[in-house]
Design a protein around this ligand. Structure first.
Ligand code: IPM
Ligand code: MN
Length: 337
């Protein structure tokens, strides 16, 4: 196979360390990547005010994949207004490249609450409250109004739900659980429920379940084994994936794939964790979330054998990783090939 063209956004804090660790294990698998680095994130913004322009977004679109480490300033560094990088960089890529699925697989490591559990969250990634609907009136006055609506299109919900069923259909436990708040968010909830019911008819082997999002928070802690594929909207998916990361062994292990299954833009692979400036540059970062994200990237690139080897090596490993340091984890992963 020709080399896959991968844009690498190391970003901030531990981001560059964990992406280079991930690239090292991919190259040890014999997969040929033609990488190009993009200097984006908090450090870049603080240096010259650049976040992401249309030309750079178009350049990114043309790659086969994007591997991202972490974006963000150190906690307590107040120099970057909230939303500048989230909306201006990360969400701009998600929306601009139409990365409409945020796929987040979880596997409960030994010692975690969800030990042995294997499930994934399929999060709608371009709509919901993230879409940017709303605004303010009479800003800064006693009569200020702020609205922030949730956008749910039939098209957006359906393509997300369909992806969830496709995923579930290839898993050992063929089950899709819709998580929402249909008892209160009656308009959006009704759309999601109807779409799940309709799409489910095309997948007779897949069992369908529904949980309210508050109840799902209890189940994730007390009965995580009930899940195989969770499908949910952008904001619920964001919140549930931190909880899911926590009960399966820590957010340090959680990988994600921001996917454009229609392939009209490069899909983006990133750990769920942040930049962790407090441990940056010390060789302490656990690179397994980035390595798992790279495994998802390999799957997307059609490198199925390498993807499976890498995912298996990570699973085999998970119990001991955090205390070891980046170098030792990379070496140990390579030994498992
Ligand atoms: C995530 C993050 C992002 C999100 C932030 C950084 C905008 O929390 O990928 O889960 O809310 O989606
Ligand atoms: Mn999040």
């Amino acid at each position: 196979m020709a080399a896959h063209r991968v844009a690498v956004i190391g970003g901030d804090g531990i981001g560059p360390e964990v992406t280079s660790a991930a690239l090292e294990v991919v190259s040890a698998l014999g997969v040929d990547l033609d990488t190009r680095e993009f200097d984006l994130g908090a450090a870049r913004y603080l240096r010259d005010g650049f976040v992401l322009d249309a030309a750079t977004l178009e350049e990114l679109r043309s790659f086969d994949a994007i591997l991202l480490g972490a974006i963000g300033p150190a906690i307590g560094d107040g120099r970057i207004p909230g939303g500048t990088l989230e909306r201006g960089l990360l969400l701009k890529m998600r929306f601009g490249l139409d990365l409409y699925i945020n796929y987040r697989p979880f596997f409960g490591v030994d010692g975690s609450l969800a030990k042995g559990c294997d499930f994934a969250i399929v999060r709608e990634n371009t709509e919901g409250p993230y879409a940017g609907e709303g605004g303010t009136l009479r800003y800064g006055t006693a009569n200020e109004i702020a609205t922030q609506g949730s956008v749910n299109t039939r098209f957006g919900v359906e393509r997300c739900v369909r992806y969830a069923f496709e995923r579930a259909n290839t898993r050992e436990i063929k089950k899709v659980t819709l998580v929402h708040k249909t008892n209160v968010l009656t308009f959006a909830g009704d759309l999601w429920s109807r779409v799940v019911n309709e799409v489910s008819k095309e997948y007779p082997d897949v069992e369908v379940d529904y949980n309210h999002v508050d109840a799902a928070c209890i189940y994730l802690v007390e009965q995580p084994e009930r899940y195989s594929i969770i499908v949910t909207d952008n904001l619920f998916g964001d919140i549930l994936s931190d909880l899911a990361g926590s009960v399966t062994g820590g957010i340090g292990y959680a990988a994600s794939a921001n996917l454009n299954p229609a392939r009209t833009g490069a899909s983006l692979f990133e750990p769920v964790h942040g930049a962790a400036h407090d441990i940056a540059g010390q060789g302490k970062a656990n690179p397994l979330a980035a390595v798992s994200s790279a495994a998802l990237m390999l799957e997307h690139l059609g490198e199925f054998e390498a993807a499976q080897k890498l995912a298996a090596a990570v699973r085999d490993f998970k119990t001991e990783a955090s205390a070891l340091g980046t170098r030792a984890v990379v070496d140990a992963i390579k030994e498992r090939f």
